[in-house]
Design a protein around this ligand. Structure first.
Ligand code: AMP
Length: 112
């Protein structure tokens, strides 16, 4: 697939506020935050959507939640929302897998 915005961020071709990075993931601040804290946990492996996962990706996806937990714990949050949007009908706009992590305001259910 063509390099996504997130791959360009990983490659330092475009700037972003990076909260965490290791060999496999980058965690950035969302450029259009929907809450006082709005982070994106992004695997460096360029998987377009949840529909493109295969069995070998189970550990990669599971670790995204552990990373979210660790970052939010460091920021002092125990209450937060995690969201994967999958496909245009669910408002996915960047076709490189990412987990939204939002905190710092009350949340409604169901989401819009
Ligand atoms: P989604 O709509 O679920 O695909 O989420 C993509 C998210 O990426 C949106 O919340 C955007 O605000 C965010 N986003 C797009 N471009 C950038 C960027 N350059 N830096 C940080 N976040 C971005």
């Amino acid at each position: 697939m063509q390099d996504s915005i997130f791959t360009k961020i990983v490659n330092r071709e475009i700037p972003a506020e990076i909260v965490f990075e290791d060999d496999w993931y980058i965690v950035i601040k969302d450029i259009q935050p929907q809450a006082p804290v709005h982070l994106l946990v992004v695997p460096k492996k360029p998987i377009a959507t949840l529909n493109d996962l295969d069995e070998d990706d189970a550990e990669l996806v599971g670790a995204m939640f552990l990373l979210a937990k660790g970052v939010m714990s460091k920021l002092g949050y125990t209450d937060y929302r995690t969201v994967f949007n999958c496909g245009p009908g669910a408002q996915q706009s960047v076709f490189h897998l990412h987990l939204h992590v939002l905190a710092g305001r009350p949340f409604q259910w169901p989401p819009g």
